[in-house]
Design a protein. Sequence first.
Length: 129
Amino acid sequence: MEDTDNDGRFDTLVVETRGMKGPRTFDDSGLPLHKDNETVIKERIYLDKSDPNLLHDEITTVDHALSRPWTVTRSYRRDRAAEWTEHLCAENNQYVTLGDEVYSIDDGFLSPTRKDQPPPDLRYFTPSR
């Protein structure tokens, strides 16, 4: 935790993640991270000073497969009417994105990742012969 404005209250959560099991990819493009599994991900999570309904997450990835540390900032707006959804980030999760929908692979079969999710659109599959 950090007090970035020196007002005596912590206002930033600082997280460092190490020891992730490989193989891993950097993002949805499939860019592989280095085989040495020495990836370090540093996050700074804080509320916007002028809008407390806006959360910022500054994520820096350090990995030997990248030419330099890569930083991206994601912002999230609080939706007080939304239903809470939990996303598990456990080992060996296998996900497939088809169009705008994400499905998990369980025992070789596509499974929904949320309640009332529509079945996969068959146009993304080639008929077998």
